[in-house]
Structure formats: structure tokens, C-alpha cells
Design a protein around this ligand. Structure first.
Ligand SMILES: C[S@@+](CC[C@H](N)C(=O)[O-])C[C@H]1O[C@@H](n2cnc3c(N)ncnc32)[C@H](O)[C@@H]1O
Length: 268
């Protein structure tokens, strides 16, 4: 099956089964929306009136929190069922959202330089070419706009199983290229039924820089717990960081910024 169709079907069913990945924002969270969205203080003090794209962020969490904070919100997501949760929650709370069914690697339905912020939860693992996503985000963001994105780490996606001593086994090549990941036994950080792709560090970090962004911060959200038992995702989280989150800023003329900088490293 085409991977996009497979992921749409899988996410429709995760949304319809009330998966924890399709958790809508609560009243308590809406009372302090920016604290929920941004524990690191990466966003401006207020997003009131700012144009925000919640990219691959259906499900009624990010969109509702940004709307609660007064932003003008657009959501692009592949799954109609995830978008229905945004629509339902927005209607219930009296917010207006623009909801668009589409893929993160083709944002041609959106105007260039039209957003102040793009916020993308873990989702680039569902497309084969992350550089296509970064190019699209760079196009729709205004100059100096902020791109907050979270991704699965390559190492986490290379884990296939654990052995009798509860050690985690790397079984997928780092250089799988555009091939989808195989089905594996260890699915602690995989979503059932989806088709996923590994993006190397060079693609994640270098790709962002090459698309015209400056990375302002990078964190590894911790999921590990030293008391967790083997078999629990928090046990695995003590050995392999599952996610990386980056704050990047679109700089329209990065060429000018770099001019005069001596080359210290030459790619092969
Ligand atoms: C982990 S969920 C993120 C949403 C959720 N609100 C959250 O906070 O975790 C990943 C989302 O990516 C979407 N998705 C998968 N492939 C996509 C694609 N090619 N383009 C846009 N969205 C996609 C899924 O439908 C799903 O809503």
C-alpha cells in the first residue's frame, strides 16, 4: 500500500480508538496554554493574533491550546479523523480553526511567508524525505518566523528488540535511505499500523540549516525512569533517547549571514 494511504488509515483508526496520541486539550491545560505548549520558553510571551501552523498536529491538542492563547490557527494533517477532533473541540469551545487535509511535504495550498510560527509534533517519521518538509516549512514561514519541531531519533528507530539481559538491540541500518522501516518486535516508540522512515542526524540538523534555518536550541525530552521495569517504555527511555526537539528560526537571507565565514569543514 502507498505509505501515505497506510498512515492515513492507521491514524484514522488511532483517532477513532481514542489513542493517547489523539488526546484533546483539557480545560485545565487551556487555562495555561503556553505553559503546556512550551515548557522551555521558546515562544514569544504572547501569541495573540499571530498566525500559527500546527503541522501534522491533528487531534485537538496543539490547535486548541494555540487558539486558547489567542493565535490564528491553521492545522494541516493527513488524517480526517484527527482533524475531526480539532473541529469538534473548536466548536465546543467557540474557536475558529482553519483545518486542511494534506501532507506535510506538500504545503502548496498555503501562501508563502504567511505564518509567524510553525509547530510540528513528532511526525516527520511518516514521510520518506524530510528535506521536502523543511523546504515547505521554510516557504510558508515569514522571515524570522519560528519553527518548533519534534522528531524520533534515528537510534530509537534502529532498535528492533531486546535480549535476555534486557539490552536493546540495534537491527536496522543507519543508512536505510528512503526505504520504510521494517516491522520489529520492539514497538515501544512505534505506532501500530503506520509506515515509518528513519532520518539521519545529518538530515535532521544539517537539513534544517540547509533549508534556511538557524537552530536556536535543541533538547532531548526525557522519557526514561530509573525505576521502570524491562518491557516498559520508560525502561527503554533510560538507554535510548526517543525524541529530539528543536527550535529553529527562518532567516530569509542566510547566505548574507554566512558570507565571510571561513570554511572550516569541506563535505566529501
Ligand atoms: C503524533 S501525531 C501528532 C498529533 C498529536 N496532537 C500529538 O500531540 O501527538 C502525528 C500526526 O501526524 C499525522 N500525519 C502522518 N503522516 C502525515 C503526513 N504525511 N502529513 C501530515 N500529517 C501526517 C497523523 O495523522 C497524526 O495526526
Amino acid at each position: 500500500m502507498n505509505p501515505y494511504e497506510q498512515n492515513r488509515t492507521a491514524w484514522n483508526s488511532l483517532a477513532d480508538q481514542s489513542s493517547p496520541f489523539a488526546k484533546v486539550a483539557t480545560d485545565q491545560e487551556c487555562a495555561q496554554p503556553l505553559v503546556q505548549l512550551d515548557s522551555r520558553g521558546w515562544l514569544p510571551g504572547s501569541v495573540k493574533g499571530l498566525k500559527v501552523l500546527c503541522l501534522a498536529a491533528g487531534g485537538g491538542w496543539q490547535s486548541i491550546l494555540y487558539a486558547a492563547a489567542g493565535a490564528d490557527v491553521t492545522v494541516v494533517d493527513l488524517s480526517p479523523s484527527m482533524l475531526r477532533l480539532d473541529a469538534r473541540e473548536a466548536e465546543r469551545r467557540g474557536y475558529t480553526l482553519k483545518l486542511v487535509e494534506g501532507s506535510m511535504d506538500d504545503l502548496s495550498m498555503l501562501d508563502a511567508e504567511s505564518f509567524d510560527i510553525v509547530h510540528q509534533p513528532v511526525s516527520t517519521c511518516y514521510v520518506p524525505r524530510i528535506e521536502a518538509v523543511f523546504a515547505q516549512v521554510a516557504r510558508v514561514l515569514k522571515d524570522r518566523g519560528i519553527y518548533i519541531s519534534q522528531h524520533k531519533t534515528p537510534t530509537s528507530l534502529q532498535v528492533v528488540d531486546n535480549d535476555s539481559q534486557h539490552r536493546y538491540l540495534i537491527g536496522v541500518s543507519y543508512y536505510v535511505g528512503d526505504d520504510p522501516l521494517p516491522d520489529v518486535n520492539d514497538i515501544a516508540y512505534r505506532e501500530v499500523g503506520t509506515r515509518e522512515y528513519l532520518h539521519r542526524w545529518e538530515e535532521l540538523v544539517g537539513g534544517l540549516c540547509r533549508a534556511g534555518f538557524v537552530i536556536e536550541d535543541l533538547v532531548e525530552p526525557k522519557r526514561g525512569n530509573p525505576d521502570a521495569k524491562p518491557g516498559n517504555f520508560r525502561h527503554r527511555g533510560m538507554f535510548v533517547a526517543p525524541y529530539v526537539r528543536m527550535k529553529a528560526r527562518r532567516i530569509a537571507d542566510r547566505g548574507a549571514m554566512n558570507r565571510g565565514t571561513p570554511a572550516i569543514w569541506t563535505p566529501e
